[in-house]
Write a protein that binds this ligand. Structure first.
Ligand code: IPM
Ligand code: MG
Length: 372
């Protein structure tokens, strides 16, 4: 049981620290049961870092991030920092991490666990058994494209602008991640853009098509406009296996897809860089919910998305597939036993807070560990 897995934990703001506490308990549990130990560092990001250090993430923390084998991120932002200015906002912490570590492939699964089929606002038949994966490009597009800014026109009127831009290489590398994932799933990729309106969208479509013909002829590829995709996700989400899309469309569609599962509080994500010649791959894991300032500090946040993000970390960064599956099973079993946090409450279930949910997961882990 070598203790060389370097983990950087960045709880951030709002509910981040509360839900991260439950992951720390799970990590302690794994140590106590001699399942795994980690070399853990923890640091500030987002508003917490702005308050203490004046910046959303400082260079020393970036250095630790570069050095880590995996980063577990909580969430950042909140009304407290609404007026810090665009160049200092808490969200820059996650954007800087994605950009500087070149974390270009953001994997956002939307899985409907059976006990939660009634938590969705959609009819049970529409979402039962849903298991789709959105692969969102996360270091390019309009999030980072130049030029961007606000200028004053000769007329005196102002103009705000951003640039959507994708190179062949940027499209191919994220599409490759999508095709490779599809091969391990149902072997189907839907590439999503607005080729009917955007030049960069048409280029995206052509590039993905050429890549598929060249490298992935065995994978089924279809194309969809982003607006239609939003509609199809609500109408018949089970038609999708892997969706590959740009940064901005992926941002929108993954929030949409998350609600198919009933709650943002359930969904983990992984953001991966390229495998380097040394074999190392930068990777960051975070729940897709934000800092939820409205419920922060009340002890009622759902810790499952953060816990499931840790499970993804074990699977993708440390190839600890059995341990990841055990955590996912524990989450499912606890929900099956009728415990719910407020966000996924349903008739006939028992409402519990963050730490009771965390304890229940540990009890379930003990059972599964003893059985396995
Ligand atoms: C997400 C978030 C971020 C994004 C924000 C916090 C910058 O919405 O991870 O989806 O837009 O990428
Ligand atoms: Mg988002």
């Amino acid at each position: 049981m070598p203790a060389n897995k370097k983990l950087l934990i960045l709880p951030g703001d709002g509910v981040g620290p509360e839900v991260m506490r439950e992951v720390r308990r799970l990590i302690d549990w794994m140590g106590r049961r001699h399942i795994a130990t980690f070399d853990i560092a923890e640091d500030l990001v987002g508003g917490a870092s702005i308050d203490a250090r004046g910046v959303p993430i400082d260079d020393a923390t970036m250095e630790k991030a570069r050095d880590a084998d995996a980063i577990l991120f909580g969430s950042v932002g909140g009304p407290k920092w609404d007026s810090v200015g665009f160049d200092l906002r808490p969200e820059l912490a996650i954007l800087r991490l994605r950009k500087e570590l070149d974390l270009f492939a953001n994997l956002r699964p939307a899985v409907v666990l059976d006990p939660l089929v009634d938590a969705s606002t959609l009819k049970p038949d529409v979402v039962r058994g849903l298991n789709l994966m959105i692969v969102r490009e996360s270091t390019g597009g309009i999030y980072f494209g130049e030029p961007r800014g606000v200028e004053i026109l000769p007329s005196g009127e102002k103009r705000g602008f951003d640039t959507e831009s994708y190179t062949t290489g940027e499209i191919e590398r994220v599409a490759r991640v999508g095709f490779e994932l599809a091969r391990k799933r149902q072997n189907r990729v839907t590439s999503v853009e607005k080729a009917n309106v955007m030049q960069s969208g048409l280029f995206w479509r052509q590039t993905v098509t050429a890549l598929q013909q060249r490298e992935f002829p065995d994978v089924e590829l279809s194309h969809m406009y982003a607006d239609n995709c939003a509609m199809q996700l609500v109408r018949a989400p089970k038609q999708f296996d892997v969706i590959v899309t740009s940064n901005i469309f992926g941002d929108l569609l993954s929030d949409l897809a998350s609600m198919l599962t009933g709650s943002l509080g359930m969904l983990p994500s992984a953001t991966l860089g390229a495998v380097q010649p040394s074999g190392k791959r930068h990777a960051l894991y975070e729940p897709i919910h934000g800092s939820a300032p409205d419920i922060a500090g009340k002890g009622i946040a759902n810790p499952l998305a953060q816990i499931l993000s840790f499970a993804m970390l074990l699977r993708y960064s440390f190839e600890m597939n059995d341990e990841a599956a055990m955590i996912e099973q524990a989450c499912s079993n606890v929900l099956g036993s009728g415990l719910r946090t407020a966000d996924i409450m349903a008739k006939g279930t028992a409402k519990v807070g963050t730490s009771v949910m965390g304890e229940a997961i540990l009890r379930e882990m003990d059972k599964l560990n003893a059985a396995g």
